[in-house]
Design a protein around this ligand. Structure first.
Ligand code: TXA
Ligand code: MG
Length: 354
């Protein structure tokens, strides 16, 4: 299959021929990747079993992991969900369009059962990106879209990342340049007055705490607490994600100097054993390390920048065939919480505390 690439200029609207053609593809049941403010999504008409089935095939995604449905205006909720509680409506007014996904009761027959993986709920969000909004409007349908990567790989933050994973497997990609946030949306669900964060992301726990008496972060649960829950509330969280091909280890310590020394010793030893080595650092000065590839992801002072670069950095290790990677850790507040959540998953929970 030929994958069409549409390159977008600054001014994007429904009337652009590129948007019109991409929207027609969606209406025809084809797969179109598109930029959002978080990561690139792989879109299909959420109502079509066949189109949605193709998403799972192209990504190699397990069928029990439901998809997020993307909308361009609040009025679309009417046809999608059975109930829109006042608290959810308040969050939508504040954060949509934006990196917040809400799990809501699905209206029977509104979307393909493949989208919800048979659950009675549907995850919905309105992306804050002009190309995404124009595409959804012009397509005239709710758009199911997971991140546009092969399952298990880091999510794509550029059209090039999408093509690396999916060229020849999807019908088209709208290239709108690099994504701003760089990490996926925050997924939340209300249960009574308690707001559960099922996946940390672009909207932080600190922000959400202003709008709920209690915010529970599933990502903070201990392994035992997680077991007590009959099933993970967000099925996607149980899969390994975002992983580079090389073995990644996170190093934590009180003293930065000790962390650097420890990592350097590990790098030197691995190098002697013939490994290709890499470091992911949050220092401004990447010369602190000797390795085959030093990726300076961003600094503690600007964790938003670090978040926007994380997946690109992880992919760079793969591009160079790096086999062993050590990563520093960053402060887990604000967007740093989602950043460390993804880094920990990329490391398969391998963390060394020195
Ligand atoms: O930023 C994002 O959210 C990106 C862009 C493309 O919008 N999309 C994205 O989709 O990250 P995906 O499929 O990679 O992740 C969707 C997450 C998974 O963890 C999934 O389990 C969860 O949302 N999810 C979807 N439907 C759900 C539901 N009904 N109940 C609970 N969790 C759900
Ligand atoms: Mg994903």
């Amino acid at each position: 299959m030929k994958t069409t690439v549409w390159t977008l200029q600054e001014e994007v609207g429904r009337e652009l021929p590129e948007i019109k053609e991409a929207a027609r593809f969606l209406r025809e049941g084809k797969l179109v990747a598109f930029p959002t403010e978080t990561v690139y999504g792989l879109g299909a008409d959420a109502r079509s079993d066949q189109a949605v089935e193709r998403i799972f095939q192209a990504k190699g995604r397990p069928s029990d992991n439901p998809l997020i449905v993307h909308i361009s205006e609040i009025a679309q909720l009417e046809g999608l969900i059975a109930d829109f509680p006042a608290k959810a409506s308040e969050l939508a007014a504040l954060y949509w369009p934006g990196p917040l996904t809400m799990v809501l009761p699905v209206k029977a027959g509104a979307v393909s059962p493949l989208v919800t993986a048979g659950l009675s709920t549907v995850a919905v969000r309105m992306p804050d990106h002009p190309a995404a909004l124009a595409l959804i409007q012009e397509a005239g349908c709710p758009v199911a879209a997971p991140s546009a990567n092969l399952s298990g790989r880091p999510s794509p933050t550029t059209a090039r990342h999408v093509l690396e994973d999916l060229e020849g497997k999807i019908d088209g990609v709208l290239d709108g340049g690099p994504c701003g946030v760089g990490l996926e949306s925050t997924v939340v669900e209300w249960s009574g007055d308690v707001l559960h964060i099922l996946r940390p992301g672009g909207i932080t726990q600190e922000q959400l705490s202003r709008h709920a008496d209690q915010v529970l972060n599933a990502a903070n649960l201990t392994a035992r607490e997680r077991k007590v829950q009959e099933q993970p509330r967000s099925p996607g969280m149980k899969y390994t994600h975002y992983a580079p091909r090389g073995k990644l280890v996170i190093v934590k310590g009180e003293s930065q100097a000790e962390v650097i020394d420890y990592i350097q010793a590990q790098l030197d030893q691995a190098k002697k054993q013939g490994e290709t080595t890499g470091v992911l650092t949050f220092q401004s000065d990447s010369r602190a390390f000797r390795a085959d590839l030093v990726e300076a992801c961003g600094t503690e002072g600007d964790l938003s920048l670090a978040a926007s670069r994380l997946y690109g950095c992880l992919r760079s290790f793969d591009d160079l065939g790096v086999t062993r990677i050590w990563a520093e850790s960053c402060t887990e507040s604000g967007i740093g919480f989602a950043l460390m959540n993804r880094l920990r998953k990329a490391a398969g929970d391998r963390i060394v505390e020195i």
